[in-house]
Design a protein around this ligand. Sequence first.
Ligand code: CA
Length: 448
Amino acid sequence: MAHLTRILAATVAVGLAAPVLAQGTTPLKPIGRQAQSAQPPVAPIAPPPSPPREWTGEDGASGHPQMKASAIRAAAANFEGCLEGLWPLAAKRNISRASFDKSVKGLTPDLRIMDLVDSQPEFTKAFWDYLDILVNDARVQNGQDMLNKHKASFDKVEKAYGVDRHYITAIWGVESNYGTLGGDRPVIRSTATLACVGRRQAYFRDEFLAALEILHRNDVRADQLKGSWAGAFGPTQFMPTSFKRFAVDFDGDGRRDVVDTPIDMIASTANNLKKDGWVAGQTWGYEVVLPKGFNYLLADRSKQKTVAEWEALNIKRAGGKAFPRGEDKAYLLVPAGHQGPSFLMLQNFRVIMKYNPAEAYAMAIGHLADRLRGGTPFVQAWPRHEAVLSREERRELQEKLRAKGFDGGEPTGRLGPKTRAAVRDFQSSVGLIPDGFATTAILARLRR
Ligand code: CA
């Protein structure tokens, strides 16, 4: 299952609501890591000026029956009963009654979260805007400070897990701006709310129970277990279930403290990447230059070739360096059309995508890691003159594609790989360069 997104964290880290992608594969989701597998990607942004502390009392924008204001009120009224109903499941996990009571006693639902679950900000960001926000000089400098400060820990963790320290640091920086911004909502209360109220109850029941386990084992104390509204916590924003799978007690003090013990946090994040298939010694990807007349239909996640095979198609590394490992498998990603940079993506890029299934996120992690070890910004320019399509325009684009027989998936207003493929097929059918990039020009052409 794809990990949920850490975008919320990322957004917290940049002081914005989650950025949304107008283009790009899987756009960013507005919740913390892992929370949204069942939901289409959302496109958020826009810093709510100062977020209201109380629930608006309105129906959710999703229109889901469990997001109706009346349903939310009814579920909230039964909150205590709902939690008690989860006790047998907690008992099965060997959580003691005393520990259960201590965690849920006096707990009330945080209904403000219901507004966040269904928030649909209109403003969206382009791929390059998102990268600009997440990878900048300040974040590079602060990351280098972290690498120096925790050098001894990174030495040990790198040796144990084979995951390059720059990626761990990049995740740390993107998720919480190095632990300075990670959310202050009690995870127990957030996950209990989501487990008992609203449209994501089944998903969050497991998160709530995993959070109870964390407290029962005292891996993280209740006063430390705070985070995003979706329950992601700590500098690298573990969801409770991902904590359960990946957290390690690296310093051997008996607690897997991914919040306040840096070496546990660093090792747990490395363990997560390793278990997800990290290839030691391999980079995430390469910025590349495509030859004139290149067949853009090859730019597809399902079309993997070795780096040497791509080279044989006259693809060169941007900046002129040679590719170091010709035998590695890669796919070609052209996130902003033929006027923007292209990339060959390796296995480790796929691993980062499991941490958060958004291409712009994964690229920000990879690029920040490169910058942390002294790498330069991307060589090729982004097509910054291209206007970002509004949600309505994106929906219209999808409807028009569908009407013409190009299946871009449900017209949700969110652009993913399916829409990209449909755009490409449409472009191909009318003699345009099939780069899959949804621009205002493409929309205009579809309106004809
Ligand atoms: Ca420990």
